[in-house]
Design a protein around this ligand. Sequence first.
Ligand code: DGJ
Length: 554
Amino acid sequence: MTSVERARRVFFLSRLVALSVAAFLVSTAHAAPPHLERQGSTQRLIVNDRPLLLLGGELGNSSASSAAYMAPHWPKLKQMNLNAVFAPVSWELLEPVEGKFVWSSLDQLLKDARAHDMKLVLLWFGAWKNSMSTYVPAWVKRDQVRFPRVQLPNGQSTEILSAFSTATRDADARAFAALLSRIKAVDAEQSTIVMVQVENEIGMLPVAREYGPEANRLFAEQVPAELLRRLDATRANGTGLHKLWAEQGGKSAGSWTEVFGEGDAAAETFTAWHYSRFVEALVTSGKAAYPLPMYVNAALNRMGKAPGEYPSGGPLPHLLEVWKAGAPSLDLLAPDIYFPNFVDLASLFRRADNALFIPEANNSDQPEVPANAFYAFGKLDAIGFGPFSIEAIGDLKPNPLADAYAVLRQLSPAILSAQGLGRMSGFKPRVLEDETVIATPITEDIGGYRFTVSFTDPWVPKASQRVATHGGLIVQTGPEEYLIAGQGITVTAKPVGAGPPLAGIDSAWEGTFDSQGRWVAGRALNGDQTHQGRHVRLAPGQFQIQRIRFYRYR
Ligand code: DGJ
């Protein structure tokens, strides 16, 4: 071997070694844990280093406690086009004996979710589930000295753990951190679990605050300065609490009643602050073990009800600032929406500092749910959506939610790339709390065109239409090109800005995206299907996608 050949050989061998080391490092490197990442005016959920839209559903409270019960449901959830299941894990089952954790149910849940190619959002049923404390282990339930209960004004105790007990907080936080450590150990490579809900629908009942000695002592103290600073800094948000604070003189210091008045509202704000501090302790312990995105969910208050008549002090629209200040490590405050005024309520939780996630978007059999999903993703840049008791509709035929999710799944890449960037919007009729449907057409600019979306179909008898179930989204994919999807909407367009004032349809195709994201065109729509070029129509009754190119003329 000549010296030149020897040098070449050494060079190639050293390159081979370097490449093998690089390949080994790549194969052993984990993706970052799931996290939220800003895009434009919103945040997206990033899983396995890619953005993900959660087309989910929440299981009934007891379903995930039995793998046998769940077995027939998993394939049906898959057939309904879900990519994520929101499943409870409870303190009582994970830590039946103090300090001794049993992970078999969690491990089984992971195994089943993976076998069905499904992501999981875990719901930590810890100290509180729907205000009450029924999911805590028996060793907590039975020791009311170590784990004190809420006291009512007459001194009576309730089945609600006090938020003022450090023993309760620390025990809950220890169990929560153990859960996160376990997730890290068994799921860091795959990231099947993408988010964790902390407690469930926290809220004080049947009064606005606790009346135990510690609660009474703290209620007489000063309002924390960081809360008042937050109110000051966020005046523009104009929540109910900002208004109350201003009405009471907008003080920069004082006791709870001095700052927020003598009524229940001061007591509720105090409750919210202490719940948020308790949750913050869990979140920081959990994230120290494994930093998954975390959120709390709100049992929304019905208008006209007093604090305590509804679960008070949760992350409610009027208390968002309290929760943002008290639990800054939470990623999201999320509404559970069972009231008809979905559009109004969901909008309150879509803020620059709060991306929208709706863990309980009404019961899954409610007819407006599919259109609400289009609205949440299209208009409000939601990162996820999940109707409640999802397994209850697995056998439904036809299944409008399954059809809607099939379309949203195909559109996910387009939706994800447009979120937060003003290239997309969602449309559905606004429904008021008293169920009045406002079916007036809505006009919005997207890119270079002004769209008017009508919800009453022109060709179907009015009496047979349920316009509140109509809805869809429009996403811009090119200078003159849009995907329009949904059902029961009719869309007209006009150019915006200088130039020719009229818009015509250059081409309109119905079609689908295949599993590789490639467009598969169906019929070329024209003639009666576009009313001879006058509109784009997505008929009621079938969710679909149309790909439209417009042009301008005089
Ligand atoms: C809201 C709760 O968060 C769920 O766990 C469940 O109890 C539903 N209500 C029932 O409607």
